[in-house]
Write a protein that binds this ligand. Structure first.
Ligand code: GDP
Ligand code: MG
Length: 162
């Protein structure tokens, strides 16, 4: 059966953009405003001949109130269902309290996690990505979901834990 890969992270970090980048189509809804309800969450993905199901957790971002709790809740459901997790952080913002809450949950889960340092659109962003070593989740993979920079290396790392 196809392994399940959950994409989790705060609203607006680029989860849906990353889904579209991985599946090579623009099916996941990308929003400039966080917290829009979406109902489609599962996509067929593949990389280097390996198939997996990608779950975009954007569908649980119901509104902009109580984001802290909601992010933790939707992340918990997705992580329980998943064989591996792509945890997306906006490297240009850095780790927030919400991100730290998700890290605790990820640690408890014991699931393999690939830390995606997103919005690293060019070389200058690499330092922002490196700062995310502090989350204690291992290597942050600098990625630009928007332009495709670094996504191949991150997906190679994903395949190693699937
Ligand atoms: P989600 O809420 O986590 O699913 O985030 P979205 O995928 O909807 O993206 C939120 C915003 O961030 C949109 O305006 C995207 O165009 C933008 N975005 C996503 N990835 C990148 C990236 O790699 N670089 C830049 N500069 N912007 C990005
Ligand atoms: Mg989304």
């Amino acid at each position: 059966t196809r392994p399940v890969v959950a994409i989790i992270g705060r609203p607006n970090v680029g989860k849906s953009t990353l889904v579209n980048r991985i599946i090579g189509r623009r099916e996941a809804v990308v929003e400039d405003v966080p917290g829009v309800t979406r109902d489609r969450v599962a996509y067929d993905g593949d990389w280097s001949g390996r198939n997996f199901t990608l779950v975009d957790t954007g569908g649980w971002e119901i509104d902009a109130t109580g984001i802290h709790l909601r992010v933790a809740e939707q992340a918990e459901v997705a992580v329980d269902l998943a064989d591996a997790v792509l945890f997306v952080v906006d490297a240009t913002v850095g780790a927030t309290d919400d991100d730290e809450a998700v890290v605790k949950l990820l640690r408890r889960s014991g699931k393999p996690v690939i830390l995606i340092a997103n919005k690293v659109d060019d070389q200058r962003g690499e330092a922002d990505a490196a700062a995310l070593w502090n989350l204690g989740l291992g290597q942050p993979w600098p990625v630009s979901a928007l332009h495709g920079r670094g996504t191949g290396d991150a997906l190679d790392a994903l395949l190693e834990v699937l």
